[in-house]
Design a protein around this ligand. Sequence first.
Ligand code: 1AE
Length: 422
Amino acid sequence: MSSYCLATYRSFDEKADFHKKATGIAVGLTVGSWTELPEAQKASMEKHLGKVVSVEVHEPGADEPISGRYADITIAYPDVNYSRDIPALLVTVFGKLSMDGKIKLIDLAFSSDFLAGFPGPKFGMQGVRNLLGVHNRPLLMSIFKSVVGYELPALREQFYLQAAGGVDLIKDDEILFENPLTPMEKRIAICLEAAEQATKETGQKLLYAVNLTGSTSKLASQAKKAIAEGANALLFNVLAYGFDVLHELSADPEINIPIMAHPAMAGAMYPSPHYGISPSVLLGKLMRLAGADLVLFPSPYGSVVMPKEENLAIKHVLLTQDLRKDYTYQAPSDVKLTLAPSFPVPSAGIHPGLVPLILRDFGQDVIVNAGGGIHGHPMGTIAGGHAFRQAIDATLQGMTLREYALSHPELQSAIDTWGIRE
Ligand code: 1AE
């Protein structure tokens, strides 16, 4: 029996016959032409033909946020047409089409058959919590800042200060690549040493996500080298390399540490209402499918903002949504189809005054992540970490930040500096 993956597009056109357009996509991106085919050939080509599942035409009124006439079109693509990898699926459903007028890919749903080729996140949210031994609160992550051009002792000091502030994870800055001053292997050694020192003082375990960089063909061996040096997490700029690279790394049994997906370059792909790929697909479904254990993305509140409904849609697909949608196909019951949830990490410009909003949106299933909001604390980096932990504690206890700050000077100082977003 045939199985299909589904793609939903938002197509903008003032005059188009959207049903005709949908048929053009279904046929054009699969068998190329249909009505001209001789009947005998139609029979053999039928299993390769895309199907129009639905066409919903919208004529927005003047008061609606989206301007212009559009239709949401869902097409079913036969799995028989592509190999079981993300590039083949993406090129099929949004290759040439992505350049053909005002059209945005707003959703993807995978058949059981397609999904069966993807083990998903090796650790996922629960696995990361297990490594850290923290199960009853949101996690806190800190980002190295000012690292380019610095030598190892400066990095060690910065790592120690972040760790001593009580963070659970520390990630490299995504712009720190292989370089002679702080090469990956030496970086891992000094950061783990600093982590050990901080752990003795705080009693807290720590993960350090080292940036995995370099040419694609050497990434797996670099990752294994990092693991041999003791690395306990990796940071990876997924969109610069491609989803399939993440998939290969995460599916490699020897790469047995969590992989954190950075969203660098995503802004070239999702923000337009008319073009690109929606954030819940780009930074949600595809990241989880490709095996990201943790996924960074902008929040609605910080310095790089994303609309709240898009943020919540990412949360939904990372944490809860069954990514499968069978179109006329029943999955064999012995196939593992559920992917572990990926840990959501809303980021960029986060400071303690935003913590109540982030926790309101995500509950405990979130990593609060900050660079400038920790290092820029007027009382120093350690106090920056403390202020965040205090903001998290206050929110979990149902107290306002202002109340809690009365007995927590680090939080008070953060509020005085950045304020509280209501
Ligand atoms: C969305 C990615 C955020 C990121 O990687 C980063 O470095 C944020 O830094 P801050 O918190 O804005 O200083």
